[in-house]
Design a protein around this ligand. Structure first.
Ligand code: BES
Ligand code: ZN
Ligand code: ZN
Length: 497
C-alpha cells in the first residue's frame, strides 16, 4: 500500500496530492517543482492569502490539468516551532478523515514538506501510516440498515528527494500501530451481550491463530484448582463463565526476561450489590478496555516481531448480581494466598487483576504492566486526556513514560508511600481492604495491586478516563479510543520512534 519515489510526476496517477505548507515558505525542492508544474499556482494562492493559516487546517483545489492528479491538498503546519510527530499525527488524521469522506483511493504525499527539526523523513512516514490507519476505523452499529464500510485509501505514494525504500516499511510499521489501536477500539465498542468473557477468549484465540501465539485459557474449574479466589469471587454473581486468558509471544531463543501485559477484562460492570447508578451504566460495557489494549498491543507485536518475550494475561468476568454474587463484607482468598475483604463489590477490577498479576508472576514474568479502567477517581484527577500511573519501579516507569511520550498517549504517575499503603491494609478481618474510601482512590487502587506485584517491577496504568471519549477526535470517532495499545507495543518493541 505504501510506495516511495523521487519521481512524483512520472509515477502512477493519484486521486490527490498532499503538500505541507509552512509559515515562511518559499516552496523548495519537490514542493517547488509542484508549484512550477502548477504554473506558480501554489505561491500565487499563498501570496493572495488563500491558503489556510491555522495549524492542521487544509484546503484543496483542482489542478485543472496542470498535473495528472485532479486535486491538490495543502495542509498548514505553522511556523515550525512546535512541530513534532504529535502535531503531524493530528494534521494527518484530520486530512485522513477528509480523504475518507471524499472516497479518495490513492494519494501522493510530498513527504519532505512534512519534516522539521523534530520530525525526520522516517518519522513522517511512520506517522502518516499511523494516522491513515487510525482514520480508517469505522464504528459498527446494529441497525436494520446494513453498515456501510467506506472504501478507504488503497495506495499511498511518498515523494521525497533524499528518501529511501525503507520509508515504505516505516509507513507500514506506523500503519500496523494504527491498526492495533483500531483492534482495541473494536473490542471495546462491542456491546456487553456480544462481548462476554467467552467472546473475549474467542477473540484472543483468533489472534493467537493469526500470529502463532501460544494460547491458554483457564476455565472455572482450573481457577478453582489453582485457588484464584479473587477472580472467582467476582465471577460468582454472573451466569457467564469467567476466563483467564493467556497469550505467549516468544521473540527470544529462550523463555526468559519475560514482560507481562495484564489487562482488566471486565466485560460488564454493574457494580454488583454495591450497584452503580443507572444513568451511565451502559458505558460499563467498556470495562474491558485494559484487555482490549493488551490484545491490540499483541496484534502489533505479532506483526512487528520484536526480539522480546511477551506474556498477555487477561482475567475476564462480568460483575453482576445473582443469588450467589459476592456481598460487601465477604472475604476472598486470592491466588497469592493474601485475603481480601470486599468492602465494595464495585471495586472488582482490582480483585480480578490481583489474580491476574499473581498468575503472570507464576508464569515467569520479570516485569509487569497492567492496564485497567480501574477508578472513577482517575477521571476526576486527570480527566479524559491523561492516563494515571502507579508504580513500584522508577526504571520501568521511565521506560513506559518514554513509550507513551513517543506515542502521544500521555501518562502521569501518582505519588505513593507508606501513608497510602496503610489505607489498603485497613481491614480487621483480611490482609487487604478492596475499598478504603474516596480520598486518593486511584492511588489506593494502585497500591492494592502493588501488594500482589510485590517486588516484581510493575507499572499500573489506569485508563478509566482515557479509554472512552464522548466526542470524536482528529483520529477517530467518539467511543472507544484504543488507548495504550500503541504505548504497550512500543514499550515491548523497544522502538524509539
Ligand atoms: N469500572 C469502574 C471504574 C470506572 C469508572 C471506569 C468510570 C470507567 C469510568 C470500577 O470497577 C469501579 O467501579 N471503581 C470504583 C471503586 C470504588 C468503589 C472504590 C469507583 O471508581 O467508584
Ligand atoms: Zn466496578
Ligand atoms: Zn470496573
Amino acid at each position: 500500500m505504501f510506495k516511495w519515489s523521487k519521481e512524483w510526476q512520472a509515477s502512477a496517477e493519484n486521486d490527490a496530492l498532499i503538500v505541507g505548507l509552512w509559515k515562511k515558505q518559499s516552496f523548495e525542492g519537490l514542493s517547488n517543482a509542484l508549484d512550477e508544474a502548477l504554473a506558480g499556482g501554489l505561491s500565487t494562492l499563498k501570496e493572495n492569502q488563500q491558503l489556510p493559516t491555522k495549524e492542521g487546517e487544509w484546503t484543496s483545489f483542482f489542478s485543472l490539468g496542470h498535473v495528472n492528479t485532479s486535486e491538490i491538498y495543502v495542509v498548514y503546519l505553522g511556523d515550525g516551532k512546535e512541530f513534532d510527530v504529535h502535531e503531524l499525527r493530528e494534521a494527518a488524521g484530520k486530512l485522513g478523515l477528509a480523504l475518507k469522506g471524499k472516497k479518495v483511493r490513492s494519494v501522493g504525499i510530498f513527504l519532505d514538506s512534512f519534516t522539521g527539526d523534530e520530525v525526520d523523513l522516517s518519522e513522517a512516514a511512520f506517522t502518516w501510516g499511523e494516522a491513515i490507519a487510525m482514520t480508517t476505523y469505522e464504528k459498527l452499529d446494529y441497525k436494520e440498515k446494513k453498515n456501510e464500510t467506506r472504501k478507504s485509501l488503497q495506495e499511498v505514494h511518498f515523494y521525497a528527494e533524499e528518501g529511501a525504500e525503507s520509508l515504505t516499511s516505516d509507513a507500514g510499521s506506523g500503519y500496523t500501530y494504527g491498526k492495533g489501536t483500531n483492534a482495541a477500539r473494536r473490542l471495546v465498542n462491542i456491546p456487553g451481550n456480544m462481548m462476554t468473557p467467552t467472546d473475549l477468549a474467542h477473540e484472543a484465540s483468533e489472534l493467537a491463530a493469526t500470529y502463532n501465539f501460544e494460547l491458554d485459557i483457564l476455565e472455572r474449574a482450573d481457577m478453582e484448582r489453582l485457588g484464584m479466589g479473587a477472580l472467582l469471587g467476582v465471577a460468582e454473581g454472573s451466569d457467564q463463565p469467567p476466563k483467564m486468558i493467556v497469550l505467549r509471544y516468544q521473540g527470544k531463543k529462550t523463555w526468559e526476561d519475560v514482560t507481562a501485559l495484564v489487562g482488566k477484562g471486565l466485560t460488564f460492570d454493574s457494580g454488583g450489590y454495591s450497584l452503580k447508578p443507572g444513568a451511565n451504566m451502559h458505558e460499563m460495557k467498556g470495562d474491558m478496555g485494559g484487555s482490549a489494549a493488551v490484545l491490540g498491543a499483541m496484534a502489533i507485536i505479532g506483526e512487528e516481531k520484536p526480539a522480546a518475550n511477551v506474556l498477555a494475561v487477561i482475567p475476564s468476568s462480568e460483575n453482576l448480581i445473582n443469588g450467589s454474587a459476592m456481598k460487601p463484607g465477604d472475604v476472598l482468598r486470592s491466588l497469592s494466598g493474601k485475603t481480601i475483604e470486599v468492602r465494595n463489590t464495585d471495586a472488582e477490577g482490582r480483585l480480578i487483576l490481583a489474580d491476574g498479576i499473581t498468575y503472570a508472576k507464576q508464569l515467569g514474568a520479570e516485569r509487569i504492566i497492567d492496564v485497567a479502567t480501574l477508578t472513577g477517581a482517575c477521571v476526576v484527577a486527570l480527566g479524559h486526556e491523561t492516563t494515571g500511573a502507579v508504580s513500584n519501579n522508577d526504571a520501568l516507569m521511565a521506560d513506559v513514560s518514554v513509550a507513551s511520550e513517543k506515542t502521544g498517549e500521555p501518562v502521569w504517575r501518582f505519588p505513593t508511600g507508606k501513608a497510602y499503603e496503610k489505607l489498603v491494609r485497613s481491614s480487621d478481618v483480611a490482609d487487604l481492604n478492596n475499598a478504603p474510601g474516596r480520598p486518593a482512590g486511584s492511588i489506593t487502587a494502585g497500591l492494592f495491586l502493588a501488594a500482589f506485584a510485590e517486588d516484581t517491577p510493575w507499572v499500573h496504568l489506569d485508563i478509566a478516563g482515557t479509554s472512552w471519549l464522548n466526542k470524536s477526535t482528529n483520529l477517530g470517532p467518539a467511543g472507544a479510543t484504543g488507548v495504550m495499545a500503541r504505548t504497550l507495543a512500543r514499550y515491548a518493541c523497544g522502538l524509539e520512534k
